[in-house]
Design a protein. Sequence first.
Length: 148
Amino acid sequence: MIDEKAIRERFWPKVYKTLGCWIWNAGKTSRDLSRGYGIFWLNGRKVLSHRVSWEIHNGPIPKGMNVLHDCDNPPCVNPEHLWLGTHSDNIQDAADKGLLTHVGKARLTHCPSGHPYIDTDRNCRGHRECKTCLKIRRKRFYAKQKVA
């Protein structure tokens, strides 16, 4: 059985409350401590601190649901900035806010070099690749091979 009072006594000293975000000031998922999600040790395992904050304020997280940030600040544990959603909701939220650079690239009509995306191929990562640019790169590569 989990002692909720003990969890709260360990949790809140690690939080710095501002007027907006409540910042987790203990362990994080990133070496860059200003960017990572907070980590809280619970029963010998790592739990993301914003999930713990959600459960303290709102109860258990339903299976298959994620705790998402309105503020897009990973170390924030302010329950007013958190909401429940699916992974798809999280991706859509990030896309709506312009945080995903790859969303919408399917609508591009020209490659970065300005060639029309009429004749394309997929590279090893599955991304579209302009065949005109590919031909240019191959010509340069083989020209260097002949010189060497």
